[in-house]
Design a protein around this ligand. Structure first.
Ligand code: AMP
Length: 139
């Protein structure tokens, strides 16, 4: 299924493009969390960072690392959140791999997800289950 990002890549839909190379395009998010909020998008279609070709993912992340400090300087941010939502349950709305670079300003008021402590037995069991999955699947 085609997404809005392919249309931006083909210049059929306008966007504020801030960087582009053969593999990746980066443009401002249309509804920025903070000014300068940028999406880094591989030009070749893949669903998310879990399924993209791993070498291509490395190229995406090289661009993220190149752009993040430059975006911070441009908007005079003190920090940055770098996020990849994977799957609808995790808030992924556009099913084309992308990375959010969200500039952060001291005192901008955004909170991270709250954590809560779980019983030791549950933690032990889930760690054991995950180790089992790791052994089965390999990397
Ligand atoms: P996600 O929830 O991780 O899938 O993020 C998708 C992001 O794409 C959202 O933050 C949207 O605001 C952004 N978005 C959707 N349409 C456009 C568009 N035409 N131009 C720029 N950003 C867009």
């Amino acid at each position: 299924m085609e997404t809005i990002f392919e249309k931006i890549i083909r210049r059929e839909v306008p966007a504020h493009i801030v960087y582009e190379n053969d593999v990746v395009i980066a443009f401002l998010d249309i509804e920025p969390t903070n000014i300068g909020h940028t999406l880094v998008v591989p030009k070749k279609k893949s669903e998310n960072m879990l399924t993209i070709d791993s070498r291509e993912w490395v190229e995406v992340m090289e661009v993220v690392r190149f752009l993040a400090p430059r975006i911070m300087r441009a908007v005079q941010a003190q920090g940055v959140n770098i996020m990849a939502n994977c799957g609808e349950a995790a808030g992924q709305v556009v099913p084309h791999t992308h990375v959010h670079i969200v500039p952060r300003f001291t005192g901008d008021g955004f909170k991270h997800w709250p954590g809560k402590q779980h019983p030791e037995e549950e933690m032990r069991t889930i760690a054991e289950t995950i180790r089992g999955e790791v052994l089965q699947e390999g990397v």
